[in-house]
Design a protein around this ligand. Structure first.
Ligand code: FES
Ligand code: FES
Length: 225
């Protein structure tokens, strides 16, 4: 009977013999290896069944400003490149192209994201809003209007990114504090340094009174100065 062995002194014991032990181990090892092999085979099948796009153009459908746009794009094309170069929506700017300046900011399902850091092929099934989508019938939205009234831009290169970002902020938080506005803008750079006026514009939309930090001089003021 297995396990009923005689020890070297001739006594019967219930312990497993070394041979039986090794046989048991090798059976479990073989079983484990077989299970592992089956698992690997299943994973390999999944990988083989996966459709690999590219390197040539692939069909990509983007939902841009509420309109579905069908494009043929190489999988390496970023969302920003798709918007600017393939759809000719040039509002969002390519400045750093590496996720540091925010000039390319779009809304993705209502959340601001850098479009230079996303692949177009991965942006399907998402609602993308560019600055053009904020004023579809030519009417400026409140943030755009406030930027005009507060004179919140100089060269204007960073402006579309700020406008999209602040529109998203004011949708989710209609009465932000100045600190919240500043925090929300921390991913957008303005090299001309118009930050005080940008913050003023956002707070104006929020209906928050600020001490005007910026005095806009008229031609008459300048002449009389
Ligand atoms: S261009 Fe995308 S973050 Fe600068
Ligand atoms: S207005 Fe020129 S970079 Fe901001």
């Amino acid at each position: 009977m297995p396990g009923n062995n005689k020890n070297p002194k001739g006594n019967t014991s219930n312990a497993l013999s070394r041979r039986e032990f090794l046989k048991g181990v090798s059976v479990s090892a073989v079983t484990a290896a077989a299970t592992q092999a089956e698992h690997l085979a299943a994973q390999l099948k999944d990988v083989n069944d996966e459709k690999i796009a590219g390197p040539e153009g692939a069909q990509v459908t983007l939902n841009i400003n509420g309109v579905k746009r069908n494009l043929v794009l190489e999988p390496r094309v970023t969302l920003l490149e798709a918007i600017r170069e393939h759809l000719n929506l040039t509002g969002q700017k390519e400045v750093c192209d590496r996720g540091t300046c925010g000039a390319c900011t779009v809304m993705v399902d209502g959340i601001p994201q850098y479009s230079c850091m996303k692949l177009a092929i991965d942006s399907q099934d998402e609602k993308i809003t560019t600055v053009e989508g904020l004023s579809p019938d030519g009417q400026l939205n409140k943030v755009q209007q406030a930027f005009v009234e507060c004179d919140s831009l100089m060269c204007g290169y960073c402006t579309p990114g700020f406008v999209v970002n602040l529109t998203a902020l004011l949708k989710s938080n209609p009465r932000p504090t100045e600190v919240e506005v500043r925090e929300a803008c921390s991913g957008n750079l303005c090299r001309c340094g118009t930050y005080p006026r940008i913050f003023d514009a956002a707070l104006k939309v929020a209906g928050v009174k600020t001490k005007s930090r910026v005095q806009i001089l008229s031609a008459k003021d300048i002449l009389n100065a």
